[in-house]
Design a binder for this molecule. Structure first.
Ligand SMILES: Cc1ncc(COP(=O)(O)O)c(C=O)c1O
Length: 306
């Protein structure tokens, strides 16, 4: 069972002392060995609703290293759903650790071309796979729907209760932007929500606004930093890798190179550049994603210390 509330630890670092700010790390990576981070917050109400409706199958979508597919596969096993994953791209000759994990959890995998993945609707896959609409719960890529926002919106209240105060700034990594949207909705403008985009481009402001509108949520006082993608999704350089390994050595906390490494890099960079006045309390969400490290290391040659 997922273990909430996840602990909050203060990060101690000379750079923070010098800037006079405090960083609190919300350890959502510790929620569950396999359904961790924002993944659990996004799945929680979706699973409850699927159970309520009598659904027996979860159908969802993701890339070959997807944290969301891994969490959904594990959730299926734990909560008694059959799981089906539509995986972007051809089946690789040798399966990576994420794909092996999905199969170990019993997830049925369908590898589809990037074009089909992009263009075909969930309806198409329900039909092609002859799935019963009444018993299949369709989760979008990243699990990013309104129930996901609802789960993420609980985060600020949980943090406030644990710390006894509401930090001035909440930071989260942005993929689809649903986690940030949920946090911003939960904050209701009482603190600032800042997302760090891990993809190249300037579309997050639009995406997050659209998500909020679609889910009938209102939020103010949020923004997305777009300069910390390191070249794009899953791109990296030596600075990022060194930062992740140094963070691990100093704080004994693992970060993944796709999301949380870029997030913490951005937070420290912002702090060093004087973006926050003295006395600022910053909450950073450790959104998990650690399952991806093994595949990353297998692909790029053990760059991240395990
Ligand atoms: C570990 C991790 N952190 C952050 C994110 C970003 O979440 P969102 O897609 O809600 O922006 C994701 C997934 O996309 C993730 O897997």
């Amino acid at each position: 069972m997922p273990d909430l509330p996840s602990p909050i630890v203060e990060i101690e670092d000379p750079a923070l002392v010098q800037a006079g700010v405090r960083i609190w790390l919300k350890r959502d990576d510790l929620i569950h060995p396999h359904i961790s981070g924002n993944k659990w917050r996004k799945l929680k109400y979706n699973i409850a609703k699927a159970k309520e409706k009598g659904n027996t199958t979860l159908l969802t979508f993701g890339g070959a290293y997807s944290n969301h597919l891994a969490a959904t596969a594990a959730a299926g096993l734990e909560y008694g759903f059959k799981t089906i994953g539509i995986v972007r791209g051809e089946r690789p000759p040798v399966l990576n650790p994420t794909l092996r994990f999905l199969l170990d959890c019993g997830m049925q995998l369908h590898f589809v071309s990037r074009k089909d993945y992009r263009e075909k609707s969930p309806e198409h896959w329900l039909e092609v796979l002859a799935l019963d609409r009444a018993t299949t719960c369709v989760l979008p890529e990243g699990g990013s729907n309104c129930l996901a926002l609802k789960g993420c919106a609980e985060l600020p209240g949980e943090v406030e209760q644990q710390l006894g105060f509401l930090p001035d700034v909440f930071f989260a990594a942005c993929g689809t932007g649903a986690t940030l949207a949920g946090i911003a909705a939960g904050l209701k403008g009482r603190s600032r929500a800042m997302g760090v985009s891990v993809l190249k481009g300037d579309f997050h402001r639009k995406d997050v606004s659209a998500l909020l509108r679609h889910c009938d949520e209102s939020a103010v006082n949020w923004e997305v930093l777009t300069d910390y993608h390191f070249g794009g999704y899953a791109r990296f350089d030596d600075r990022l890798i060194s930062f992740i390994n140094a963070f691990r050595a100093r704080h004994r906390i693992r970060l993944d190179p796709i999301y949380t490494g870029k997030l913490l890099f951005a937070v420290f960079d912002q702090v060093r550049s004087g973006a926050f006045p003295e006395g600022t309390d910053i909450l950073v969400l450790h959104s998990g994603g650690l399952q991806g490290i093994a595949g990353f290391n297998e692909r790029f040659g053990d760059l991240i210390a395990e």
